[in-house]
Design a protein around this ligand. Structure first.
Ligand code: ATP
Length: 241
């Protein structure tokens, strides 16, 4: 369990400013949601935290990111994982040609053996289907199963903070609800969660606090229950008039 704090974070992709000074925090043991339209900068925020920005030609140009007070910005992705920050990217990105078991093993590569063994047990408890399909190629799994695998792979690194990018995107409602329930279970077991989610109603039902991003700026934030009741949020994101 750990607290993630982000202060005045600015990110550029070459000449394009994607984040213009974002401040937010994920208190230890909480679920915090980030909402916003396409292109608002949600994915960029998660990439900056996980150290994967450089794979997309992006660069942190200002600000600080800290885990329990220790700076983690500027770390390579593998080092961020070792510090306890793991990112489940949008679109799942499982290794399609590898088996389920190989995907999970890859997630635990930098993890001490005992912690990885414990994590594997936890992943199979959360997602029994991953044990049943251990020897199947990941690319043959359904979308929901691939999302389970992507989350399972991230859990293999025994994270303190899980960054989830649109985990229910493209899933049938029943599967989306299952994934949401699993996010709750993972959080209840002690992992802080920073959740980017296009399903605003679901995100607000999971999170304790939420931030709305617009063109790289936080324009609204508050307790999730308050945002769920806000006329502006209901109109803009929940399709109500
Ligand atoms: P989506 O839900 O569509 O992923 P988002 O809120 O996650 O949207 P980002 O993907 O973070 O938004 O994009 C923020 C801004 O940065 C957008 O203007 C986008 O065009 C730009 N951007 C994202 N990735 C790159 C990149 N690799 N190179 C240049 N610009 C980028």
């Amino acid at each position: 369990m750990a607290e993630l704090t982000i202060a005045d974070l600015a990110v550029d992709y070459g000449p394009v400013r994607a984040l213009g000074g974002i401040t937010l925090s994920v208190p230890s043991g909480s679920i915090v949601a980030v909402l916003g339209a396409n292109g608002a900068g949600k994915t960029t925020l998660l990439r900056a935290v996980s150290g994967t920005l450089r794979f997309h030609r992006g660069r942190v140009t200002a600000g600080r990111i800290a885990l329990d007070g220790d700076r983690v910005d500027g770390l390579p992705a593998a080092a961020a994982v070792r510090r306890g920050v793991t990112h489940v990217p949008e679109g799942r990105r499982v290794f399609a040609r590898m088996t389920v078991a190989e995907n999970l093993r890859a997630g635990g590569l930098g993890t001490p053996r005992a912690a990885a063994a414990k994590a594997a047990q936890w992943v199979h408890e959360l997602f029994p289907v991953l044990a049943e399909r251990a020897h199947q190629r990941a690319g043959l799994l359904s979308g929901g199963e691939q999302q389970m695998l992507a989350i399972g792979r991230a859990l293999m690194a025994d994270p303190k903070v899980l960054l989830l990018d649109e985990p229910t995107l493209g899933l049938a409602p029943q599967m989306a609800a299952r994934i949401a329930q699993t996010v709750r279970t993972i959080n209840a077991a002690g992992t802080s969660v920073l959740l980017v989610e296009q399903n605003v109603a679901m995100a607000l039902s999971l999170a304790s606090h939420a931030y709305v991003l617009e063109v790289g700026q936080v324009t609204l934030e508050g307790p999730a229950s308050e945002l769920a009741g806000s006329d502006e949020v209901r109109r803009r994101y929940l399709g109500e008039t």
